[in-house]
Design a protein around this ligand. Structure first.
Ligand code: 5GP
Ligand code: MG
Ligand code: MG
Length: 175
């Protein structure tokens, strides 16, 4: 059991299970993009830990950068998507791999894709550590999913509850 602010969380995905899955994902991405010099874009803040660990299992040349777009407060989606900030990589004609912590309703990713497409990449692939299929409201093709999870709020391993819990090495679920 883990108390974060006013809420109680129970262990859900261990650090070992995450690491095993990241090895598989990194290996697959390395095979799929071996000729491409892709641009890997981590979506801050949630994906910081996922991308830093996943990147160690990506064995091909790749440019890594981070962007920020925010749509979430507390434990439910606000639907309020802010602007994309920090895009410094040249995307035109390149294969882009977007790295997210979690896809819930899919709203944030839908907006992000629209913003990225303005830069005319040749392809955009989506990687997410966690995916809640029951919560999805927007049509999205997700290329790499770490874990499909039930529609319950989770924290840890980059994911926060009101800014806290991101540093936890494993994932917890709301009790
Ligand atoms: P969406 O736009 O897909 O509904 O939500 C995506 C964003 O909401 C994620 O990038 C993440 O920041 C946040 N989010 C969605 N579900 C959860 C969850 O269970 N826990 C946490 N901590 N954040 C979530
Ligand atoms: Mg996110
Ligand atoms: Mg958040």
């Amino acid at each position: 059991m883990k108390k974060i602010k006013d809420k109680e969380f129970v262990p859900f995905i261990t650090a070992e299970a995450i690491d095993t899955r990241l090895q598989e994902m990194g290996t697959k991405i390395s095979v799929d993009f071996k000729e491409d010099n892709p641009v890997i874009l981590g979506v801050l803040n949630g994906a910081f830990m996922f991308l830093s660990d996943l990147a160690k299992y990506i064995s091909i040349p790749a440019e890594i950068s981070f962007i920020k777009v925010s749509s979430y407060q507390g434990t439910s989606s606000t639907g309020n998507v802010k602007e994309l900030i920090g895009l410094d990589a040249e995307l035109k004609g390149r294969k882009v791999i977007v790295i997210e912590d979690i896809i819930d309703t899919g709203l944030s990713m839908t907006h992000l894709l629209k913003k990225l497409e303005i830069n005319q990449p040749s392809q955009i692939s989506i990687v997410t550590l966690l995916f809640k299929p029951e919560a999805l409201k927007h049509e999205l093709e997700i290329d790499y999913v770490g874990f499909e999870i039930p529609n319950k709020f989770v924290v840890g391993y980059g994911l926060d509850y009101d800014g806290f819990g991101r540093n936890l090495p494993e994932i917890y679920q709301l009790k």
